[in-house]
Write a protein that binds this ligand. Structure first.
Ligand code: BGC
Length: 463
């Protein structure tokens, strides 16, 4: 399929995403308080190679060069998050003005270069002091979070017009409070359901607050979404397991937001969330966002697994199925993003969808100032083609952001998987634009089509 940026129309938002904890570093500099990821990384064997994000890409120091690079790459929108404990070291209470100053510099420099800043309020780095009081499992988190939202909107809301409340609540509650593989490393159904319910309340409450504080802002929130299919298409048990996994992974947070309640019918254990519900919570879970951020990387095949507690379902990994996959062992399956978009579009009440993350980790090699990551170029082209297909069929998708600008701290996987359009040498902090970054830049300048063949013949010579 041959297409150009023009096929998406004038108003389509092209961008790139990062998150505070993954890029900023400066974890204890200029008054920043610790976050749960800072303390989680201090424990042994929680993170691949025992890496931590104390320095990461040192965006705290290099932000101007990095934003200038976004400009040079012709990327008009930049999505980043605010580190809660950088501006409120204890989560609530005293403000750290040096933290506020930092984000003011980031925002102002974006605007100076004509780059539109998009802010995610919460991208997983809860202040450590709040975790000491139970973190997301404590209903008080709604007040703490409101305090943080208020602080961000009052300080940055005059210039930032696009806000996202939460980043992928299913991932930070599931991995952080059920499986214990992400910070804060808690396990168990009870802590997960409490955290999930409070996060679902916060996503709606955050939306309400932003709208009431600033009428001129667009408010959204983001969700992870992997297209799900049964491992054996004709096996009844796998089919049922897939329905359950889909309800848990793809529907748990978006449906209450849309006023549909939790998907308890398809995944029984969710009924126990009622233990954490107060009168009128059902209504409080709903809010009409201006846009929904969709984040897609892969599809998942699900098999019945009687020994897996609660869900009796498991993901069959791509490497096990012998299908093409990325370094995360995620299948490369571009139609997944198309199915995700179609599915969201079918929900009543979604006004606009923005793909706020899509990208891939491959074993990049840096040689003589070049990184020829042709697999990533192809991944991006194939996924963008699927977005276009959905758009041409009438899906209300109006933006696409690559995950991510530059290689960074990939949570429990440390620095091993590189997702960036820009290569980072973590010893010298040198940045090298990969071929994927060059391709995206030329595509956005509208001088190349999205075709591997054309790009290989001409595009790479054009830079
Ligand atoms: C998260 C990012 C993460 C990416 C790749 C998303 O789940 O929002 O922070 O780096 O996926 O794993």
């Amino acid at each position: 399929m041959l297409f150009t940026k023009n096929d998406f129309g004038e108003g389509f938002k092209w961008g790139v995403s990062t998150a505070a904890h993954q890029v900023e570093g400066a974890h204890n500099i200029d008054g920043k308080g610790l976050s749960i990821w800072d303390t989680f990384a201090e424990k042994k064997n929680k993170i691949f190679n025992n890496d931590n994000a104390n320095t990461a890409c040192d965006f705290y120091t290099h932000y101007a060069d990095d934003i200038a690079l976004i400009y040079k790459l012709n990327i008009p929108n930049y999505r980043f998050s605010i580190s809660w404990s950088r501006i409120l070291p204890h989560g609530v209470g005293a403000i750290n003005h040096k933290g506020i100053d930092f984000y003011n510099r980031v925002i102002d420099f974006c605007l100076e270069l004509g780059i539109e800043p998009w802010i995610t309020l919460y991208h997983w780095d809860l202040p450590h002091d709040l975790q000491q009081k139970g973190g997301w499992t404590n209903r008080e988190v709604i007040h703490w979070f409101s305090y943080f939202v208020d602080c961000c909107l009052k300080n940055f809301g005059d210039r930032v017009k696009h806000w996202m409340v939460l980043n992928e609540p299913m991932v930070f509650t599931g991995a952080g409070y059920f499986l214990g593989v992400h910070a804060p490393g808690k396990k168990g159904l009870s802590s997960f359901l409490a955290a999930a319910h409070h996060a679902a309340l916060c996503q709606a409450e955050g939306g309400r607050m932003i709208r009431s504080l600033r009428h001129d802002c667009k408010v959204g929130t983001t969700f992870s979404y992997s297209h799900i299919e049964p491992y054996r298409a004709d096996n009844e048990k796998d089919i049922r397991a897939a329905v359950k996994a889909d309800a848990l992974l793809n529907r748990l947070f978006i449906e209450p937001l849309l006023g549909l309640g939790y998907p308890t019918k398809d995944v029984k254990i969710i009924e126990r969330i009622e233990r954490f519900m107060y009168p009128h919570d059902e209504q409080k879970l709903a809010f009409d966002m201006d846009f929904i951020g969709l984040q897609n990387y892969t599809r998942e095949l699900i098999a019945h697994a009687p020994l897996i507690p609660f869900v009796h379902a498991k993901i069959i990994k791509a490497s096990k199925r012998n299908v093409p996959h990325t370094l995360m062992d995620w299948e490369i399956h571009p139609p997944s993003i198309y199915h995700a978009l179609k599915r969201y579009n079918n929900y009543k009440g979604i006004k606009e969808i923005i793909v706020t993350e899509n990208g891939a980790a491959f074993p990049d090699v840096h040689e003589e100032g070049k990184v020829n990551d042709f697999e990533r170029v192809k991944y991006l082209q194939d996924h963008i083609a699927q977005v276009l297909k959905a758009k041409q069929e009438g899906v209300k998708v109006n933006g696409y952001f690559v995950w991510t600008l530059m290689d960074n701290f990939e949570w429990a996987e440390g620095y091993f998987p590189r997702f960036g359009l820009v290569y980072v040498d973590f010893t010298t902090q040198q940045r090298v634009v990969k071929n994927s970054g060059r391709w995206y830049s030329q595509f956005l300048k509208n001088t190349v089509t999205a075709s591997m063949e054309v790009w290989e013949k001409n595009g790479s010579k054009m830079i």
